[in-house]
Design a protein. Structure first.
Length: 240
């Protein structure tokens, strides 16, 4: 993401993530609650206007509305974090209304969408910042200090979107979605397929330092995702 214009591949991913949907029951994959309770909770959030979409221009309240694109789903994960921090429904509703209406100044997308895509494309941190009265902002690490100095707010909460992204990518429940949308680079997607389908596959990641070998075990996918986001690697190869 450079110069206000996406590459062809970045644009493809952006549109894929807007068009491929999650069901309401997918929330159970990222919560320790039982399925019935988590679905009931999400439906309540919808009824309260906490989950909003730019496509409707209004709060999603109609019964049975149960489809979310990737950006909406990430917002639901953020709501979960904010509720654990005791943010009220009213404050989250204010943030949601702005979140899905605030256009980015440089890219043909929402500011929030760019903040979600930034760690995926650039492998860097991206921060979601919310104040106690529901005002929100997004910032790269290099912009964070400047934005906070210019801000009139002294109390705010920050959530690292890169951490949410890595948790999503490493969640085995979502691997088919990650592979089908080709959210990652081709060689990374290929490596993920092998890690998912073979118990005997090792992944070798070549960097400027010593090669990093991801051995086949229950933590292999998590380690692989963490590595590709933290290491400026040269090549990825598969060893069967």
């Amino acid at each position: 993401m450079k110069g206000g214009k996406l590459t062809v591949e970045e644009e493809r991913v952006h549109l894929e993530l807007k068009s491929k949907y999650f069901g309401i029951k997918d929330i159970k994959k990222v919560t320790s609650q039982d399925q019935e309770k988590s679905v009931r909770q999400l439906r309540y959030w919808i009824s309260e206007g906490l989950v909003s979409s730019e496509d409707s221009g209004q709060k999603k309240k109609r019964p049975g509305w149960d489809k979310f694109n990737f950006y909406e789903f990430i917002w639901i994960l953020l709501i979960k974090e904010l509720k654990e921090l005791n943010f009220s429904n009213g404050i989250i509703q204010i943030a949601a209304n702005r979140l899905f209406s605030k256009k980015d100044k440089f890219y043909a997308m929402l500011e929030f969408e760019k903040a979600v895509l930034y760690p995926l494309f650039n492998r860097k941190h991206s921060f979601f910042v919310i104040t106690k009265d529901g005002q929100f902002s997004v910032a790269r690490p290099e912009d964070f200090e400047r934005k906070m100095k210019l801000s009139k707010y002294s109390k705010f909460v920050t959530i690292d979107l890169q951490l949410l992204m890595k948790e999503f990518l490493a969640n085995g429940e979502f691997l088919s979605y990650v592979i089908n949308t080709k959210m990652l680079k081709p060689k990374e997607t290929t490596a993920l397929k092998f890690l998912q389908n073979s118990r005997n596959t090792s992944i070798i990641i070549e960097s400027e330092d010593e090669p990093i070998i991801i051995e086949p075990n229950e933590d292999a996918i998590c380690k692989f995702i963490e590595t590709i986001f933290s290491v400026d690697y040269k090549t990825i190869s598969v060893r069967l």
